[in-house]
Design a protein around this ligand. Sequence first.
Ligand SMILES: Nc1ncnc2c1ncn2[C@@H]1O[C@H](COP(=O)(O)OP(=O)(O)OP(=O)(O)O)[C@@H](O)[C@H]1O
Length: 282
Amino acid sequence: METIIEVSHLKKDFQNESAIRDVSFKIEKGEIFGFLGPSGSGKTTTIKILTAQLLASGGKVRIFNEDAKALKQPASRSRFGILTDNSGLYTRLSVEENLLLYSKLYNLPESSVKEALTFVNLYEERKKRISVLSKGMIQRVTLARAILHKPELLFLDEPTSALDPVNTKHIYEGLRKLNEMGTTIFLTTHDMAEAEILCDRIAFLDAGEIRAIGTPSQLKRQFGDDSLTVELTDGRKEVIGKGAEDAKQMFEWMQNNLVDRVMTNEPSLGDIFVQVTGRKLL
Ligand SMILES: Nc1ncnc2c1ncn2[C@@H]1O[C@H](COP(=O)(O)OP(=O)(O)OP(=O)(O)O)[C@@H](O)[C@H]1O
């Protein structure tokens, strides 16, 4: 396995406030890794440090096995893409003109613009000026710009925060396709469903610290119980475990055709977040 991002003991202090406290994690090539945390937990600060837009107060960040500062070198620029809320688009130019400028910067063929605009479902609106676009459309143009050069590594800060459900689904499908083609993705979100749908692994961030980290199913196993709720045809609801006595009881119900539905009692990511932080993910 090839490690693409390695963060050790990362710290960031702003004046008197500690925004990131001793954060460590590794991301392997081909992963979609999600930083899940409420507002103010340190997601944007982390992504800014990882993309060399902000200096850390302590710790180490290595991207592509080099110090994160190397991302500023022209040779590294084509290896990654970033989506953040500061769009940096030329508002008087059209969607297409903005992307054509970027395609020239990266020496890409013009066809890359059509491909990226189709990816974000904006090809039909390519002639519109940035100044007349909605927030969600601007987010999609910024995403198109981030993926224009099919980077090896993509940083996405809350990629669907301004999108409607149809475009959100479209973007999820596109990101999965990009990932299948080899792009490693680091994304931040406060949307548990998004983390569960997209991410291979998740870190729960709270007040600048990672409280839990793992695949969604590892986290559910670690923090959940493995009981089952059995709904019986006579209307009873019984909770059973996985021991021998419970298995015998289940067998008996099944023999007597009494089982209507069986459901696992695994916790949602939201339940786990409440369990590890003591507060809700809003
Ligand atoms: N430039 C700055 N100066 C001072 N404090 C800052 C600065 N940037 C961030 N902070 C503080 O650091 C903490 C983490 O902020 P950050 O923007 O990383 O959170 P977040 O998880 O991305 O939140 P959101 O989901 O609302 O974007 C917050 O308490 C914020 O006020």
